[in-house]
Design a protein around this ligand. Structure first.
Ligand code: VG1
Ligand code: CO
Length: 557
């Protein structure tokens, strides 16, 4: 294998955010921009983590993935990697990469995706590295990569032709091998071990149950038909936008009430199906809807956790522990306390769950940002969440005759709330704010927090405490600071502010609002109505409009 040494110069700003390096495609198209980051990664990993080793490569099919895959393959070969497994056409969802790494005992893998950010020549691209148990690289590694991007001077690239990724099979180049694999089979095999497929099949074949899945022209398009239709017998017409496209059909592949408009219209229309679901660009997020009924992601993880043992064979001995990201509502905390399970609150982003799972402390976890998952892999998993909901609905309706009223998605939520109480939750996003103004607001709030004390009055609320969330990993002792500003009140209500770490332009302010309601007679109230006083308080505490000039959020979830 001939390896060329290519001289290069550092680029500023190659620091990874909440989930990998995300920039506009045009930024990545600059000479050696991607190559620099990939080489810096190899410069940061211990030799034994890749020399002669096995890596996985895949992505969500967005624009620039094909070019990027060839660059990554050549640099991997140039640095002495033994073999790369690539999804056909460069396709592998984020959860599938995690599953393949684990199943094939790979040293790690690359995910080419900017997740829910739009794709195409004028939009976003991204890259992320996952480690040998399938989890996103920890900050200790991503910080080193960033350090190395600032001083890089040489890229090692193997002199091999572009690899044809469109057909399955193995190609050898001296000591280096590329194997193109089916993107679905390893992942599907894993799903079959987690779920009772017969239970789901029985539900999907009922004449009185209808299901619809929106792949948003993103990566789960490649998984939906083989899993829902071919394996589980769903009607082929239940899949919307099922063909992955490089620009997601000009869409914003983010499964929420704003961006999954088409699905939302169907689910809130007359003649709505019984269960609707969607997934994002790289297949790790999910949204679950009933007939005219939205399940918040915070409730979704709590409901899955409460029903897992009964409905999902993988959890037949009960979950080991539960966890959520800090801004996610406390609905899951209530399930953990009732089931007497260990419970963890971690910073935003999936990388903090992996250690707890590896250590056997955690089974089911989630984030308010439409992320739900378990220790079957080390990423959140959109299709898994949909299968979990189908299992729960299937289990609740087992043995019901056609013509009897079925237990609906809404019934499951209402029953959950009547048992545990309801945590009303909403998130306001202010996208593409001026960065310096957003930072000024955060500084203002930090200062306010430093002067605040328990018992302070904020409108009708009494402060329990306010802080800047910090997390000490109970497994390896690593510390993450400045993970979000919290105002927690005596009645358990919370207001949280953070800046997004996944955007590619300006700053996105996220404001999270939560309030607990034990009284079942109030559980049907719309969240925006129930939370109105607290939302107004959050806007006034932060002087958000004054700092940013924004009167309205760009997205409400
Ligand atoms: C957002 C979400 C976070 C999620 C992350 C990656 O991060 O808030 O919960 O883990 O995206 O999800 P931020 O820093 O923008 O708030 V994905 O589907 O984009 O990999
Ligand atoms: Co995603």
């Amino acid at each position: 294998l001939k390896v060329e040494s290519i001289p290069t110069k550092p680029y500023e700003g190659q620091k990874t955010g909440t989930s990998g390096l995300r920039k506009k495609v045009k930024v990545f198209q600059q000479e050696n921009y991607l190559a620099n980051w990939i080489q810096s990664l190899f410069n940061s990993l211990p030799l034994e983590d890749y020399k002669g080793g096995l890596l996985v490569l895949g992505g969500d099919g967005r624009f620039f993935n094909k070019e990027a895959a060839e660059i990554i393959i050549k640099i991997a070969a140039g640095n002495g990697v033994g073999k790369i497994l690539v999804g056909r056409d460069g396709i592998l969802s984020t959860p599938a990469v995690s599953a393949v790494i684990r199943k094939r005992k790979a040293n790690g893998g690359f995910i080419m995706s900017a997740s829910h950010n739009p794709g195409g020549p004028d939009y976003d691209w991204g890259i992320k590295f996952n480690y040998s148990s399938g989890q996103p690289a920890p900050e200790s590694i991503t910080d080193q990569i960033y350090g190395n991007t600032l001083s890089i001077s040489e890229i090692k690239m193997a002199d091999i032709p572009d690899v044809d990724l469109s057909s399955l099979g193995t190609k050898e180049y001296g000591s280096f091998t590329v194997e193109v694999v089916d993107p679905v089979s390893d992942y599907l095999e894993l799903m079959e071990t987690v779920f009772d497929f017969q239970l789901i099949k029985d539900l999907l074949s009922r004449p009185d149950f209808r299901f619809i899945f929106d792949a948003m022209h993103a990566v789960t398009g490649a998984y939906a038909k083989p899993i829902f239709v071919d394996q589980l017998g769903a009607n082929p017409s239940c899949i919307m936008n099922g063909v992955p496209l490089e620009d997601f059909g000009h869409g914003h592949p983010d499964p929420n009430l704003t961006y999954a408009k088409e699905l939302v219209q169907i689910m809130y229309g007359s003649n709505a199906p019984d269960l609707g679901a969607a997934s994002d660009g790289d297949g790790d997020r999910n949204m679950i809807l009933g007939k005219g009924f939205f399940i918040t992601p915070s409730d979704s993880v709590a409901i899955i956790a409460a029903n897992a043992q009964a409905a999902i064979p993988y959890f037949k001995s009960g979950p080991k522990g539960l966890a959520r990201s800090m801004p996610t509502s406390g609905a899951l905390d209530r399930v953990a306390s009732r089931l007497q399970l260990p419970f963890f609150e971690v910073p935003t982003g999936w990388k903090f769950f992996g250690n707890l799972m590896d250590d056997g402390k955690l089974s089911i976890c989630g984030e308010e940002s439409f992320g739900t998952g378990s220790d079957h892999i080390r990423e959140k998993d959109g299709i898994w969440a949909v299968l979990a909901w189908l299992s729960i609905i299937g289990e609740k309706n087992k043995g019901r005759k056609v013509g009897e009223k079925l237990v609906s998605v809404e019934d499951v939520a209402m029953e959950h709330w009547s048992t545990f109480g309801r945590n009303f939750f909403s998130r306001y996003d202010y996208e593409e704010c001026d960065s310096s103004k957003a930072n000024q607001m955060i500084e203002y709030l930090r200062d306010l927090i430093s002067r605040s004390k328990p018992g302070d009055a904020y409108g009708n609320y009494t402060l329990k405490f306010a802080d800047d969330f910090a997390y000490t990993d109970p497994v390896d002792g690593s510390v993450a600071t400045k993970q979000g500003l919290r105002f927690v009140f005596a009645d358990g209500s919370r207001i949280i502010y953070r800046l997004s770490g996944t955007g590619s332009a300006g700053a996105t302010i996220r404001m999270y609002i939560e309030q607990f309601e034990p009284d079942a007679s109030k559980h049907k109230v719309d969240a925006q109505v129930a939370l109105k006083p607290l939302i107004e308080l959050a806007l006034s505490i932060s002087k958000l409009e004054q700092f940013t000039g924004r009167q309205k959020p760009t997205v409400i979830t």
